[in-house]
Design a protein around this ligand. Structure first.
Ligand code: ATP
Length: 309
């Protein structure tokens, strides 16, 4: 979906992107994380064909961004970190305006506006003035404007800043719904907890360099980590698990076991049934997700040890 090779971008006296290469797969939600000034906005703007790098290449769906920026604009939606809407327009007028800006044919505009408002669950606000919307609804409208032309890729720069926890959670659900409808998302943020709710992979950028790109959720067919805990020590726990062909023990003691599992839900259910049948007092049994916050801090602290400057 996105293929970037050896990208360099310079502001006067600042190398904001330093030999960036990465790939984003179709259907992923990728979190772009890094400290202030790391280069997140610059990278998103280059992908969106809004800034021109000094060297390197960016392809979206096989189209070269630098030589075909207008074609790329049809395929992407972009929400900037700072944007402004017209407060005196209604939600419907704003969406119509965005549809026209995206060159949607006149006869298709009404359908595009209705459909997008439904996707963003703001169809009951179409007649409301933008200035009267809450922060969360304003954010939804801004995203609606960015996707009114049905792009396959959505780039979002700090989309949750200024939102309360409820609105943030609603935004996470929205991103997952867009992903389920086939969209690919690249989302930059400082707020790791929020990204964790929906991201399938994480890119860490620091001083303009990509220092990590790792999956956060197991892909179909990949092994997952499963954690089991018991109410009291049970010598049989690890022995029973070790007998299972789909299980590879990672670490364990008498009241706890972490194992890698490769199989389907039914097999996992059978393993739990075996433990229960043998009176192992299980109170916790489930997938152990990679914690994004820990993964980020571990990587950054390793890097600081390697090169303190
Ligand atoms: P933040 O999280 O604070 O938004 P960021 O990761 O998005 O930061 P960028 O805004 O891409 O980082 O900035 C990357 C580097 O480029 C920083 O050192 C920044 O100071 C510099 N920079 C950004 N915009 C400009 C500009 N218009 N002129 C000069 N330098 C700039």
């Amino acid at each position: 979906m996105i293929e970037i090779q050896n990208l360099n971008f310079e502001y006067p006296g600042v190398l904001a992107l330093d030999d960036v290469s990465l790939q984003v797969e179709k259907g992923d939600i990728t979190a772009l994380v890094g400290p202030n000034g790391a280069g997140k906005t610059t990278l998103l703007r280059c992908i969106a064909a809004l800034d021109t790098p000094i060297s390197g290449s960016i392809c979206i769906n096989g189209i070269d961004v630098l030589s075909h920026p207008r074609e790329v604009h049809r395929q992407i939606g972009y929400l900037a970190d700072f944007y402004s809407l017209y407060g005196q327009l209604t939600v419907e007028q704003s969406l119509r305006y965005a549809a026209m800006a995206h060159s949607i044919a006149r006869e298709k505009i009404s359908h595009a506006v209705q459909h997008t408002a439904q996707r963003l669950q703001i169809e009951d606000r179409l007649s409301h003035k933008v200035a009267t919307l809450s922060r969360g609804l304003t954010q939804r409208l801004a995203i609606a404007q960015a996707i009114v032309h049905e792009p396959s890729l959505l780039l979002l720069d700090e989309p949750a800043s200024g939102l309360d926890p409820e609105a943030r959670h609603a935004l996470s659900e929205l991103f997952l719904a867009l992903q389920a409808q086939g969209m690919t998302l690249l989302v930059s943020s400082h707020i790791l907890a929020e990204l964790e709710e929906y991201s399938s992979s994480m890119i860490i950028i620091r001083h303009g360099k990509i220092i990590e790109h790792q999956p956060l959720k197991a892909q179909a067919g990949q092994a997952v980590l499963v954690r089991v805990e018991t109410t009291e020590p049970s010598p049989r726990l690890t022995a029973l698990l070790a007998e299972q062909p789909t299980v590879e023990i990672v670490e364990s003691d008498e009241g706890y076991c972490l194992f890698q599992f490769k199989g389907d839900k039914q097999t996992l259910h059978s393993i739990l049934s075996i433990l229960i049948k043998h009176d192992v007092p299980v109170y916790r049994f489930g997938e152990d997700k990679i914690n994004m916050h820990d993964a980020y801090l571990q990587k950054v602290s390793r890097l600081k040890q390697e090169s303190p400057a």
